[in-house]
Design a protein around this ligand. Structure first.
Ligand code: SAH
Length: 226
């Protein structure tokens, strides 16, 4: 088995086929996901299951998101664009975990800014992304409730952990026209929210499917418990 992902191309194609059957229609998303080797983001013991449509453990009580959810969230984020390639300058990702979603997002923006609160996952994701030679992603050890920490704006924001209510402060970091895609709710009562910044002061809120994300916690952690 080599590390390039070449040996996994058949199961990866099957995963893409399944996403298509499940209703992911944006070929830009399917194309990006067909290029990202998901097994690289997992422990070797999980490689044989890396292309199943399920969340899998990445340690520290966290998971790599289910491929369908990664696809769906990315599809919502770019839904108001139609060009191919890098449709955005800058995307903010909150809760980057092992870096899988960051890798997918790197196909859609000149720069991806990823925030993760658990330090060993920050280190691991940087290694994973370096291995794939994806150089337009910066991963920062920080609390995503504070955005990227400086008052810079983003063309889109994706959050992979669920707050009980969506943090309105995050909308400050969005450019007009951009979307915040975020799961909101408690334990098994979460829904996927898509909030569009229609103008400086107006927002459009859409609520989609039921989802199951890990909770969005405040503060940072050094990851004492694996
Ligand atoms: N995007 C990942 C999913 C990781 S799971 C993927 O591609 O698979 C969600 C992650 O959100 C966890 O790693 C968790 O530590 C992180 N998280 C939770 N609350 C956070 C916060 N306030 N700031 C930053 N990261 C947070």
């Amino acid at each position: 088995m080599n590390n390039t992902g070449f040996t996994f191309s058949r199961v990866r194609d099957q995963m893409i086929q399944l996403l298509l059957e499940m209703g992911i229609k944006d070929f830009r998303v399917l194309d990006a996901m067909s290029q990202v080797p998901r097994h690289i983001f997992l422990d070797r013991a999980l490689w044989s299951r890396a292309y199943e449509n399920r969340a899998l453990s990445i340690g520290y009580k966290q998971t790599i998101s289910q491929p369908y959810i990664v696809a769906k969230m990315t599809q919502y984020l770019i839904s108001h664009t139609s060009k191919r390639g890098k449709v955005f300058d800058r995307i903010l990702e909150i809760g980057s975990g092992c870096g899988y979603q960051s890798a997918v997002l790197s196909y859609f923006a000149k720069e991806v800014f990823a925030v993760e609160r658990i330090k060993p996952l920050v280190i691991k994701s940087r290694e994973n992304l370096r291995e794939l030679k994806l150089r337009n992603i910066s991963v920062k050890h920080a609390d995503g409730y504070e955005g990227w920490g400086v008052s810079e704006k983003f063309d889109g924001i994706i959050c992979a952990a669920a707050p009980k209510e969506y943090p309105e402060d995050l909308l400050e970091f969005l450019e007009v026209g951009g979307k915040l895609v975020i799961p909101v709710g408690f334990e098994n009562k979460q829904k996927l929210f898509v909030i569009t910044k229609a103008s400086k002061a107006e927002y459009k809120e859409e609520i989609y499917e039921d989802v199951a994300f890990v909770p969005m916690l405040s503060g940072t952690s050094n990851g004492e418990i694996k």
